[in-house]
Design a protein around this ligand. Structure first.
Ligand code: FAD
Length: 379
């Protein structure tokens, strides 16, 4: 039986970042079911930092994460965590109303956002089919995230402060007795004053073990794959490395340069049970059709393919904070499609709430309040 102050369930980006923040305040143990941390959604993302993504609270968390990602603590990572990867939101003539609405809601709060015309779009991504896009919105300060380095930095930073990471340690039962949580796993038993539920798509399952009310979490499958950036015209060759990420304004597809290849997605959101998600041929076919309608890319061979679960609650906001009924049980759940880019701020918040500190003033200063993310908002 091992004792700790904070028992974190799950070693994805949520659990790893929470452990990193909490390790300064007490003994932390992270338990992870798989033999490697980051096997599920964290290891399957598109690795993008995009401040316009998601609703108001999610945007605040991304904004509150930018400084950490740009200037992490000394020794956190060997190389920069972010590198420039502007994003170009593409609108066909029939999507211009959506483009204007998106511009109106983003222009004031996202640095450098601008409207661009078709010649500029073709200049930035020469593979776009002429006359496909009427206009676009450029987010010049969007970035690629080195997800592996970020995740590893959190885990190594937590360990450096005395945290333990127990792999192959699936939580099997969780019970509160005399003010302490007793956890049974395949790797032994753990006792903790405080539990952080960071189990990704399985957060409601873990809540069930703890006797807490579930939050109506819906894991949604998203598919991704890589292809060579080949042109339909044999006399044209594309060099995509400097292209921005191209996203349909209604998020019906996206593609971005990825180590000399293009990472593509139909941006699917298919509800799924919590599981080891696998890509479906139909979703790949849909993405290929949409991307080929928008571009002059020839896609006849899929290289790597994968899928992951993005988990949401009813309002699309993250769920961060103490359970309203089960004392010492905190949620860090429903990270949706934003868990990597919001992890520095989200983890700071969960640690503040777990240790009784006040709500981070910088997050409050940009308009975020604890109520926006509070599990108690979910009836
Ligand atoms: C295709 C795709 C593209 C994406 N692109 C982006 C992007 O560009 N930018 C961005 O910020 N986000 C993106 N995301 C979202 C991001 O990946 C997620 O929000 C984030 O990884 C969720 O992290 P997590 O730690 O909550 O979940 P996970 O990474 O799934 O971690 C949860 C962990 O809990 C463990 N666990 C579960 N149950 C138990 C148990 N009983 N006992 C022990 N351990 C348990 C699991 O094994 C798992 O390792 C994308 C996601 C997908 C699928």
């Amino acid at each position: 039986m091992k004792e700790c102050d904070f028992l974190v369930i799950g070693a994805g980006i949520a659990g790893a970042s929470a452990a990193f923040r909490l390790a300064a305040s007490g003994k932390v143990i992270v338990i992870e079911r798989e033999s490697s941390a980051g096997y599920h959604t964290t290891g399957r993302s598109a690795a993008q930092f995009l401040e316009s993504y998601g609703n108001f609270s999610t945007r605040c968390l991304a904004r509150g994460s930018r400084d950490f990602l740009l200037s992490p603590p000394t020794g956190f990572a060997d190389a920069p965590l972010l590198s420039p990867r502007p994003v170009l939101h593409l609108a066909r003539p029939d999507q211009m109303d959506r483009l204007r609405a998106f511009f109106d809601e983003s222009a004031a709060s996202i640095p450098g956002v601008s409207l661009v015309d078709e010649p500029s779009i073709l200049d930035m991504i020469p593979a776009i089919r002429p006359r496909y896009a009427e206009a676009g919105i450029l987010e010049p300060q969007a970035m690629d995230i080195d997800v592996h380095a970020l995740h590893l930095g959190f885990l190594a930073g937590a360990k450096g402060q005395g945290a333990e990471i127990a792999l192959d340690a699936e939580l099997e039962s969780l019970e509160s007795k005399a003010g302490r949580w007793h956890a049974r796993t395949r790797r032994g038993d753990f006792v903790a004053k405080t539990v952080i539920n960071a189990a990704g798509a399985w957060c409601d399952e873990v809540a069930g073990m703890a006797g807490a009310k579930t939050i109506g979490l819906v894991p949604k499958r998203r598919t991704a794959f890589t292809v060579a950036a080949e042109s339909l015209d044999p006399d044209v060759s594309f060099t995509p490395d400097k292209w921005p990420m191209g996203i349909d304004i209604d998020e019906a597809f996206y593609f971005k340069p990825d180590a000399g290849r293009l990472l593509c997605s139909p941006a699917d959101e298919t509800p799924s049970p919590a599981c080891d998600a696998q890509p479906e041929d139909i979703d790949i076919a849909i993405a290929v059709e949409r991307i080929q309608a928008a571009t002059l890319l020839r896609i006849d061979r899929i290289e790597a393919r994968w899928a992951g679960l993005r988990s949401f609650v009813f309002d699309g906001s993250l769920v961060i904070g103490p359970d309203p009924e089960r004392e010492g049980f905190l949620w860090m759940a429903a990270l949706g499609g934003y868990g990597i880019q919001t992890s520095p701020a989200a983890s700071r918040l969960v640690a503040a709430l777990a240790t009784g500190e006040t709500f981070p003033s910088d997050l409050e200063g940009i308009g975020l309040s604890a109520a926006d993310l509070d599990p108690a908002r979910i009836e």
